[in-house]
Write a protein that binds this ligand. Structure first.
Ligand SMILES: Cc1cc2nc3c(=O)[nH]c(=O)nc-3n(C[C@H](O)[C@H](O)[C@H](O)COP(=O)(O)OP(=O)(O)OC[C@H]3O[C@@H](n4cnc5c(N)ncnc54)[C@H](O)[C@@H]3O)c2cc1C
Length: 414
């Protein structure tokens, strides 16, 4: 069926459906329920799971067309959606996919721990089965959005006697319970989007597992691969929506999301501000500044082409290649070069924060400089991307890990 589908035919189908079904008097949940029951929420997903089995490119085409009709087009699927879809089991898909797509349940990612970030498989948060529930103890950290999430994607050790990667299970943690304490962290850029999460006898129903018990590592890799390729999908309607409850509720949801992600454009370096900044600083004619800006804009263009290449590979249904890691490294590179340009233009004033009347770009410059380092860390550091490329794309020998095949209880104490 897919071979006959074209962007134009998909656009025409969804347009006709939206015209017949969009009613601005609906609530947001009613509208999204209608979308997912009709298969238009994530049309690339299988029909059994709220999609239409269309090629990957259809998601973008459909979202734009819904927006062009003046309807709410945002659908939250985040990182948990594709992971659960891919890894199952069906009971987990049945319980979680629908309220995720309607936005009734908000998710966060509870992977990193104080001594398990790049080496995520070295995690020590432990889950023990007690009757019909898992009991969890440990600590997570750097958990974006955990302060307003209902559910967490959580990886924990369920077998200390298996080798490092084999005793891990991927759970869905209900966040609102006495055993879960979320403490916001204050960042050096003045924002507070991360949290520490302390688990003290926290409880998870026995079957709230993604993939299978003790096989959570492959599910975790699926989430991380998705994060590398797409980043965290921030679903916000950026077009006028017909006024009504659905539009108001979508705007309120977007406001919550943007509170967390408002510094992400600064994290990417704000290359778009380089030329206006050079002009306002009176340095647009400076030969060194011009050279640095030209370098920035060419790096950015190449990075966009890499992203386009990845996108067209996906649209052709090809398996993920090295573009995820290459693209992520390219974005870090662009961000650092942008910070270099901005700090050359701002000089020592770049350090002044928003409240100071002399702060360049009303303090945005300081925020850029303090946010850019996060670009090379989130979703796997630059060094880890290079390791992935070395091993997976270039076929270099794997990093030595002498305790890899030992029971983790033993390997950890070596
Ligand atoms: C903006 C942002 C959002 C985040 N959101 C979340 C979230 O929602 N949920 C979550 O669980 N986590 C989140 N994180 C955490 C993130 O996944 C970790 O910070 C990241 O994996 C790195 O781990 P770490 O901070 O422990 O650094 P470490 O792993 O301690 O690394 C320290 C340094 O050592 C280097 N290094 C480590 N191992 C190697 C190696 N084998 N080879 C070469 N160099 C190495 C690293 O590259 C780095 O430079 C977020 C981080 C950021 C910045």
């Amino acid at each position: 069926m897919n071979e006959r589908v074209t962007a134009e035919s998909v656009r025409a189908d969804v347009r006709a459906w939206v015209r017949a079904h969009w009613d601005p008097a609906m609530t947001l949940v009613q509208w999204r329920t209608a979308l997912l029951d009709a298969g238009w929420a994530v049309p690339s997903w299988p029909e059994r799971w709220f999609g239409k089995g269309l090629p990957a490119w259809a998601d973008d085409v459909v979202r734009r067309e819904i927006a062009a009709c003046g309807a709410v087009s945002s659908v939250p699927s985040g990182l948990a959606g594709p992971t659960i879809l891919e890894q199952g089991p069906d009971s987990t898909r049945e319980r979680f996919l629908r309220p995720m797509l309607t936005g009734e349940e908000v998710w966060c990612q509870l992977f990193s721990e104080p001594s398990a970030g790049s080496d995520l498989a070295g995690l020590t948060t432990t889950a023990v089965l007690d009757g019909d529930e898992w009991v969890l103890n440990g600590q997570k950290v750097w958990n974006t959005s955990a302060h307003h999430a209902d559910l967490g994607m959580l990886v924990a050790r369920t077998n200390w006697d298996a080798p490092k990667h084999q005793g891990i299970t991927y759970f869905v943690l209900p966040m609102h319970q006495p055993g879960v304490e979320v403490r916001p962290l204050r960042q050096m850029n003045f924002h507070s989007s991360f949290n520490e999460v302390f688990l003290t006898d926290a409880r998870i129903p026995r079957d709230w597992v993604v993939g299978a018990v003790n096989q959570g590592w492959s599910a975790a890799l699926a989430t991380l691969a998705h994060e590398r390729r797409f980043g965290v999908a921030v679903t916000v309607d950026r077009h006028p929506v017909d006024p009504g409850p659905a539009a108001e509720q979508a705007a309120a949801e977007a406001g919550e999301t943007l509170k967390v992600y408002s510094w992400y454009p600064q994290r990417a370096g704000r290359a778009d501000l380089a030329v206006p900044h050079a002009r306002s600083a009176g340095l647009a004619g400076d030969p060194v500044v011009r050279q640095e800006i030209a370098r920035l804009l060419s790096l950015q263009r190449v990075s966009q082409w890499t992203a386009e290449r990845a996108k067209s590979n996906r649209a052709l249904g090809r398996p993920p290649g090295p573009e995820g890691s290459i693209g992520k490294l390219a974005i870090s590179h662009v961000a650092r070069q942008a910070a270099r340009v901005h700090s050359r233009l701002g000089g020592a004033h770049s350090m002044l924060a928003g409240t100071d009347p002399h702060a360049p770009l009303d303090g945005l410059l300081a925020e850029i400089l303090m946010s850019v380092p996060a670009q090379s860390i989130a979703g796997g550091t630059d060094e880890i991307q290079r390791n992935i490329l070395g091993e997976k794309a270039l076929g270099l020998p794997k990093e030595p890990d002498p305790g890899k095949d030992l029971p983790y209880r033993e390997a950890r104490n070596r």
